[in-house]
Design a protein. Structure first.
Length: 333
């Protein structure tokens, strides 16, 4: 199998020739360290790491002021606090060819080789980031219609972009909508059902209309929200954050319904652990969660700039060592 075939097989709950290795993002700091130079093509990072997917971003803007710390942008102040701020929500024109042109050459070079994933959002995460949790909470009580307007605009934009992606050569959709902390969700299951789900279902239906498979991402403890989220019909769940999501238990509970994607730990293993600890964790994930297929290995979010370079190398080497189904996977166990 080539990388594209491998990923699509796993997303269909099949067992490919080996466990696919996918990431939603690889920090430029890590990529430079792996390649030993500053100038490189995205597919060169894939070749160095053995990644099976290639990410192309189609993300809506976040309406907030940012601050940069150690090369990472953080939201400093949300901009959509009241209805008076709604005119600031200006989106790129989804019918403008320039919106897609930057990714066309990348997709064309790699079409049929790597599994090309469109990195998108359903609308929940950008709504929370653009409003801020404090103002979101006030609006829940004082002006729920404001939340509906903001969320609806995000959903509308994503729905308008989606039909163009199959023509571009995208193989699957990967949505990034954080809804939880490690301790639990950012809002109640009732809020998910009454406020978010009507718009999330609209986007889910639009994804289904493309015929493309779909990975849903949220950090944190999703367990109280998971029964509702699963009704959206995504094919895979990422990243199943260690410490709050038990990927081995979920393999037993929902592994027959969705492909599991994750979850090499960022809190310790990749960032503070030893290469041997990385090797051990990769080996166990492949042996237990990879059994029978329907699993893709990745970090428990993305390969961040604060990962240890030697640990990223250890992860790559361990996936190559243990990832093959058959004799090699029995060795992993």
């Amino acid at each position: 199998m080539n990388p594209r075939e491998r990923v699509l097989c796993a997303l269909a709950l099949g067992r490919p020739d080996r466990v696919p290795f996918v990431e939603g993002e690889v920090s430029e700091v890590i990529a430079r360290g792996l390649l030993g130079r500053a100038d490189f093509l995205p597919e060169e990072v894939n070749a160095a790491m053995g990644l099976d997917n290639l990410i192309v971003p189609f993300l809506p803007p976040i309406f907030a002021d940012y601050v940069e710390q150690e090369g990472i942008n953080y939201v400093a102040a949300p901009c959509i606090r009241t209805r008076a701020d709604l005119p600031r929500m200006v989106f790129p024109d989804p019918d403008d060819p320039e919106l897609y042109r930057a990714n066309e050459a990348l997709i064309r070079r790699n079409q049929g080789r790597y599994a090309v994933s469109a990195k998108m959002r359903l609308g929940a995460s950008p709504t929370l980031l653009s409003m801020g949790l404090d103002h979101f909470a006030y609006a829940l009580a004082d002006d729920p219609g404001l939340i509906d307007t903001v969320l609806g605009r995000y959903a509308d934009w994503t729905i308008a972009v989606l039909p163009r992606l199959r023509d571009l050569g995208v193989d699957y959709i990967w949505t990034f909508d954080d809804m939880a902390y490690r301790a639990g969700p950012m809002f109640s299951p009732r809020t998910l059902r009454t406020v978010f789900m009507p718009h999330l279902r609209r986007v889910a239906d639009a994804i289904k209309a493309t015929g493309l498979p779909w990975i849903f991402h949220s950090d944190g403890n999703l367990m109280p929200l998971l029964p509702d989220l699963l009704t959206l019909g995504f094919q895979a769940l990422h990243p199943l954050e260690p410490g709050c999501m038990d990927i081995e238990a979920l393999k037993q509970e929902i592994g027959g319904r969705v492909c599991l994607v994750g979850n090499i730990d960022l809190h310790y293993t990749l960032t503070q652990g030893t290469p041997q600890e990385v090797d051990d964790e990769v080996r166990r994930r492949i042996a237990v969660v990879g059994k029978g297929g329907g699993y893709m290995i990745s970090s428990a979010n993305s390969i961040t700039s604060y990962c240890k370079l030697e640990n990223v190398r250890a992860m790559v080497a361990a996936i190559r060592r243990y990832g093959m189904y058959g004799e090699n996977q029995r060795h992993a166990a």
